[in-house]
Design a protein around this ligand. Structure first.
Ligand code: AHM
Ligand code: MG
Length: 341
């Protein structure tokens, strides 16, 4: 039977609204609409294995409905949840070349927040039934309310985030988020469609034994990363560490936060700026990491101190248990020339 003593996400959002300094209920409504969209996307992601029976993306299925690719579908769901409820003035998404401007009531641009989102990260994992995620980042606009949003509303430092979070569609579906007062995780009970607070005050252990990196790129990595990987594999003290790499940022990060570990996506000669996107992958992950006793840097500089220059900018990222990130940074510091990627 359902334990009615457990806090639901809806209750948690209301109870914690007063913590937020500009509390007008707008941020709470925004997180509520992300909660709703997460449930809809979860429902669709769960059916992904049926695609061979129901029809491939881009085809028409047996019922005559057009099948969409799941990342495009997730983008549409999150966008319409945010647009229909008239709570944001702009959205930037991995799925959209440019940011989307949203008009509020009576054609004004009166809402305060912008959302940056990766609607379905790691989506190549869908075909093989491995977990994927959604990542989101929320800012207050910097341009005047009532006017259309501009690029500078989106190109804010990670430091300015008011909230960030992710949904992991894994063996369970979880929504994990922060508004700058720690990190809390909620698990979906799919039978009744309710998220329950299952992981209050999540924190990275100070150190851990897991390193997560696509080691297939080893020969292309900067020397500092190569040296750090050799350190991870060395037989000394509590090493060698364990290698775990799902290839889904959200899932790798989530596991490391619970067990202790480091995730790295460095620059390489194949991807000289790294692969992951600053605005809707690295910054929200960095905010969560720091709110959970962890660290996130580009190997030299704190991710949330980087000044964004473009919407889909890529940066290298090293994040996770603080002692492990600091150790990796010490190896990078020996090669200061690699700082200018
Ligand atoms: P995507 O935004 O195209 O899905 O790529 C992001 C994903 C991350 O989730 C994951 O950590 C990384 O790309 C894996 O990349 P690789 O296959 O190069 O190791
Ligand atoms: Mg992505």
């Amino acid at each position: 039977m359902e334990n009615l003593q457990h806090t639901t996400l809806g209750e948690f959002i209301i109870e914690n609204q007063k913590q937020f300094k500009y509390s007008s209920g707008e941020l709470s409504r925004l997180i509520n609409s992300i909660r709703l969209a997460a449930k809809i996307v979860n429902h669709e992601v769960n059916k992904a294995g049926l695609v061979d029976i129901l029809g491939e993306a881009g085809e028409t299925n047996i019922q005559g409905e057009d099948q969409q690719k799941l990342d495009v579908y997730a983008n549409d769901v999150f966008k319409s949840a945010l647009i229909n409820r008239e709570i944001v003035c702009g959205i930037a998404s991995e799925e959209e070349d440019d940011f989307v401007t949203i008009e509020g009531k009576e054609n004004s641009h009166s809402n305060k927040y912008v959302v940056l989102i990766d609607p379905l990260d790691g989506s190549s994992n869908i075909d093989v039934n491995v977990s994927v995620g959604t990542i989101f980042s929320i800012y207050r606009r910097v341009t005047p309310e009532g006017t259309p949003v501009r690029i500078e509303d989106f190109l804010q430092k990670g430091n300015e985030q008011v909230a960030a979070g992710y949904i992991v569609y894994g063996t369970s579906t979880m929504l994990v988020y922060t508004t700058g007062h720690g990190v809390n995780g909620f698990t979906l009970n799919p039978a009744i469609g309710t998220f329950y607070l299952s992981h209050p005050n999540m924190e990275f252990p100070d150190t851990g034994k897991i390193y997560s990196i696509n080691e297939g790129n080893y020969v292309h990595f900067p020397q500092g990363v190569k040296d750090y990987l050799k350190y991870c594999q060395e037989e000394k003290d509590d090493r060698p560490y364990t290698s775990r790499y799902i290839g889904s940022l959200v899932s790798d990060f989530h596991r490391n936060m619970i067990k202790g570990g480091i995730y790295l996506y460095p620059t390489s000669s194949k991807s000289p700026q790294g692969k992951l996107r600053l605005l809707y992958e690295c910054n929200p992950i960095a905010f969560l990491a720091e709110q959970a006793n962890g660290k996130a840097t580009d190997g030299y500089v704190r991710i949330m101190d980087l000044k964004p220059t473009e919407l889909h900018q890529r940066v290298p990222i090293f994040c996770g248990s603080p002692t492990m990130v600091e150790k990796a940074e010490a190896f990078m510091a020996k090669y200061p020339e690699d700082k200018n990627y």
